[in-house]
Write a protein that binds this ligand. Structure first.
Ligand SMILES: C[S@@+](CC[C@H](N)C(=O)[O-])C[C@H]1O[C@@H](n2cnc3c(N)ncnc32)[C@H](O)[C@@H]1O
Length: 237
């Protein structure tokens, strides 16, 4: 381990507390301070995932994140979080920042990384991504040989989504939430509803799996994903 590093972005996996690496576990338990994002009016999912591994005696920095669509209030939140982490490091403490899944796979840790890494060495410890977890729980291998896998945010518009889906052998649609209706329409249009599987809260106790053709819901929780496997070598092994 690099002794100069005082800040870590720790991938702590997609939900099941056992899906943490040994390296992340060691750093989590040794850190003086544990920092993590939490919704302004609710509990932090990453803190809950890490709870079985924590003694309860560590200092905590809560990065309270309001659910807003505008960019600037959220940026202020990360400015404040970064300055609290900097203050801890300046006083000689080490800080582990908890990240759901992997820090650099669509993780909000990136906002802290860009603010802190010019002043301090910051090390990322990779984690089990939600993509890997959803694939495993659905028992759907993602790709073989020359197959192309695409990760598509459900937030993009329908035309762009259709284009991305048509270009990939396997696609994982993340950030489903209130975009479920649009996603269903696009998949129906390209004739892929029967090849799509919906999973929410993968590896958590409340995990739910439904073939998309049987899913009547009009919206989905934030922690949900749709995997579509339409073509490619994976189907002909
Ligand atoms: C901001 S991204 C964070 C991804 C995370 N850093 C990772 O490595 O998986 C959040 C999206 O990941 C997906 N996601 C994360 N955890 C999930 C889980 N346990 N089950 C299903 N989808 C999940 C959802 O699509 C969610 O909207």
């Amino acid at each position: 381990m690099n002794e100069n590093v005082k800040i870590w972005g720790l991938g702590i996996g997609p939900g099941d507390p056992e899906l943490i690496t040994l390296k992340a576990l060691g750093i989590l338990q040794a850190a003086d301070v544990v920092a993590y994002p939490a919704p302004a009016n609710g509990d932090s999912l990453v803190r809950a995932i890490a709870t079985p591994h924590m003694s309860g005696n560590q200092e905590e920095i809560i990065i309270s994140t309001p659910m807003v669509t505008e960019r600037y209030p959220a940026q202020n939140v990360y400015d404040k979080g970064a300055s609290e982490i900097s203050a801890a490091v300046e006083s000689g403490k080490t800080v582990a920042v908890l990240c759901e899944g992997d820090p650099f796979f669509y993780g909000s840790f990136m906002y802290l990384f860009v603010r802190l890494s010019e002043s301090y060495p910051v090390q990322v410890i990779p984690g089990v991504t939600s993509l890997a977890a959803c694939s495993a729980e659905l028992a759907l291998p993602l790709a073989a040989r020359n197959d192309v896998v695409s990760v598509i945010p459900g937030t993009i518009d329908a035309a762009a989504m259709e284009q991305q889906l048509m270009a990939a052998n396997t696609a994982a649609i993340i950030k489903v939430g209130r975009h479920l209706g649009k996603i269903k329409n696009v998949l129906k249009k390209i004739g892929a509803t029967g090849e799509a599987y919906y999973i929410e809260r993968a590896t958590m106790e409340s995990q739910r799996i439904v073939p998309l053709c049987d899913l009547d819901d009009e919206s989905a929780p934030y922690f949900s994903m749709i995997i579509v496997r339409r073509s490619g070598e994976i189907l002909n092994l």
